[in-house]
Write a protein that binds this ligand. Sequence first.
Ligand code: AKB
Length: 340
Amino acid sequence: MIRNKVVLITGASGEMGHSLIQRLSEAGNSSIITIDLQPLDPGVRDRVTKEFTGSILEDHLLQRILAEFEIDTIFHLAALLSTRSEFTPITAHQVNVEGTLKLLNFAQAQGESHARPVTFIYPSSIAAYGMKSVEFKNRVGAVKEHEWNMPTTMYGCNKLYCEHLGRYFTENFKQLAAEKLSGKVDFRAIRFPGLISAETVPSGGTSDYAPEMIHAAAKTEPYACFVKPQTRIPFMAMPDAVEAILRLAAAPREDLTQTVYNITAFNPSAAEVHDLVLKGFPDAQITYEPDVKRLEIVESWPADVDDSAARADWAFAPKYDLESAFSDYLIPRIRERYRD
Ligand code: AKB
């Protein structure tokens, strides 16, 4: 029986999904299928082989995909982000944990059916960390993957636990491969910092203040920032985030010394982001109205992360630093986007 070989993207309508579809289809060597509750943006719809509208929690959807397609790689982007997850923690657990477990099990069934491991790319987050205090996080600086794994949010707990679930499935795979049985799941995770995209505005996250500030300025709307001027976490530009997941997916398994990797590009304070926004949009009206709960979440995330393992193992190298992310990517692209 012949099934079509494809790459599966879950949560494909989200901010990273659109950029990933564009990059994969431009590279031209993979057919793409997607799952999301929301329909894909018309701008990317014709780039995918098949779009499934529905939830990753629906077994019949996964069964249909299993019957029709042979999947090499899964980019599992579907998740409820950190702020939204605090409002609906049980739903967050269902989507973020039970959804990921279903997908891992699905990957295992795929791997068994074509006797090759399925590469499973999982975007984790700096939310997996929990720093004791602002003073402490600023003092310790860049944290390594194994340090301060004490998340304070439901989303952070979900991400950290799913990293372990993925490692469990992969160790199973390594053991089976050593015994020359069929391979199953090859799980690889990136702990992303806050992401800033020129194309989309995120929703439901807590690092959203930086992209919201820039997009509001471009639309000449006032913006009240929900963290303090001195609040600091790591960030990166969306094209570098997409390049990173593609690079990790393509890395030879034997080069990977861990299943979870930090990556980052810059770590400005909110005031430093504000200054760069003013350079591009001098009339921007930005004020600070910290939201106690959201500020507390951001303050529990590290001020910086150590990404030396990603740089050494799979040559992670972001193109944009803080200045060039604004001057060469964000300001020109966002200005273009809102031009009337
Ligand atoms: C969020 O704010 O929830 C995400 C993240 C840092 O994982 N952007």
